[in-house]
Ligand binder design. Structure first.
Ligand SMILES: Nc1ncnc2c1ncn2[C@@H]1O[C@H](COP(=O)(O)OP(=O)(O)O)[C@@H](O)[C@H]1O
Ligand SMILES: [Mg+2]
Length: 423
């Protein structure tokens, strides 16, 4: 067995339990801390799969690339493809082999630096540093992402990689991103979020690495963010940095506190890719009902679904929907929306793209009847009103695409994909 095979999970300053991984059996285990169970606090912290019992619970069925054997709500703390690329490069620079690192050891690297509120101890100690230089970080990322040979030969030193590793590995997703904190009064920017308090705004920044891209993916996401907000989609305040990078305030750091968040995939153990059986909007609505979300959140989810259909965001998979835990009231809510954008490459001539989550069994050519069927099943009172409101921001959407200086050809392609419903 790997040496670091058990780790403690903390949240809100409490020891919640311990998670282990048995490399021989390829199973993971979880056990609640008995004192935590008895305290009756945070009863709904793990709202699915993990039972509220004192015994050890063993998990076998998550032994796949998505959950790496862990209970899915814990696997949610691990980095995704972008974070893992950085993690590997950093290990490489330190003469460590990614394949020798157990999944529990990787949680130790996450420690108290992860997204959300779950923390893993004992953690790996990583030195702190106080400054941030965006250009340097971009330079390092460019090298890491185009990296083919030896990291060291590429002129990357451990110090610069460490910098990126600390602030770039925790958030999920595939695109390059870092976490930064901005002092509310002085405007000083510091790396990561180890100083989390009400004095700071915490941001997730999606970085544009290319100097002169054919079009800016980040500006496109910004145009979508402004449009979605106008369409009544609840999103965190976001802005562009240097007209180049997309910065969005983190919903897992609010009022100086860590917020516990889980993705739809993490709560359910449904893989977010390559899993057509579970990837259905109906499942997302059922999950929201299972979590006892208030009806306004169910309606909000419906609005997001409609928006994604109307404005052709097909990358609406189960990790692009999250839930946020209210630790004061021990209940779950829908998190603000994120990763809302035109997700295909508009430079390529892709037609009839298939959406990640099906609607009434369909991934293409969604019609009004499909949207109405969902509304009936989940008692959305005025679906046509919602569709109308979403469609009514079309002009603003077009204006924003121009204001963000997207090339005419890209705008034509994207606006050509709008799906209008006759009501
Ligand atoms: N505003 C936010 N606050 C907290 N977490 C966020 C926020 N936006 C995104 N995330 C988290 O970061 C992950 C990656 O962000 P996302 O925008 O989906 O990037 P990508 O385009 O690479 O998929 C998401 O899956 C989500 O868990
Ligand atoms: Mg995403």
């Amino acid at each position: 067995m790997a040496k670091n095979d058990i780790i403690t999970i903390n949240a809100f300053g409490e020891e919640i339990g311990r998670v282990g991984y048995d490399e021989d059996q390829r199973t993971s285990s979880f056990q609640y801390n008995p004192n935590f169970l008895q305290s009756g606090k945070y009863v709904n912290i793990f709202p699915n799969i993990i039972k509220r019992i004192p015994q050890v619970q063993v998990f076998r069925k998550f032994d796949n690339e998505h959950f790496r054997g862990l209970p899915p709500m814990i696997a949610d703390s691990l980095p995704d493809s972008f974070g893992n690329t950085i993690f590997r490069a950093w290990l490489d620079a330190n003469d460590k082999d990614y394949h020798q690192i157990s999944v529990i050891e990787q949680l130790a690297y996450v420690s108290n630096r992860g997204m959300g509120a779950l923390e893993y101890f004992p953690g790996k100690i990583i030195p702190k540093n106080a400054t941030i230089n965006l250009d340097e970080i971009i330079g390092v990322l460019e090298k890491v992402l185009s990296f083919k040979g030896d990291v060291k030969e590429d002129g990357l030193n451990t110090a610069s990689l460490l910098n990126v590793f600390k602030i770039g590995t925790s958030a999920g997703g595939a695109r390059p991103k870092i976490l930064i904190s901005e002092h509310k009064e002085t405007g000083q920017i510091i790396p990561g979020d180890l100083e989390y308090s009400d004095a700071y705004n915490h941001y997730l920044v999606k970085l544009s690495l290319e100097e002169n891209p054919a079009y800016s993916v980040e500006a496109l996401e910004y145009a979508y963010y402004l449009t979605a907000q106008q369409a009544g989609i609840d999103m965190m305040d976001s802005h562009m940095i240097d007209n180049r990078h997309f910065a969005t305030k983190r919903f897992d750091r609010q009022d100086g506190r860590k917020q516990h968040i889980l993705t739809a995939s993490g709560i359910t153990g449904w893989a977010y890719s390559g899993s057509p059986v579970n990837s259905r909007y109906e499942n997302l609505f059922k999950l929201a009902l299972h979590l006892k979300l208030p009806h306004r959140d169910i309606e909000q989810l419906y609005r997001r679904m409609v928006f994604n259909v109307v404005y052709a965001n097909t990358d609406d998979h189960l990790k692009n929907h999250s839930f946020i835990y209210d630790d004061q009231q021990d209940l779950w809510r829908l998190s603000p929306a994120y990763d809302v954008t035109y997700s295909l490459n508009p430079m390529l001539n892709v037609t009839r793209s298939s959406r990640a989550l099906s609607i009434n069994g369909k991934r293409t050519d969604i019609d009004l009847n499909d949207l109405i069927r969902i509304a009936e099943e989940f008692t959305i009172k005025s679906p046509k009103g919602i569709i109308e409101e979403v469609q009514s921001v079309e002009v603003l959407w077009q204006e924003q695409l121009h204001l963000q200086r997207l090339p005419e050809r890209v705008i034509r392609k994207i606006t050509g994909e709008m799906r209008r419903f006759e009501l």
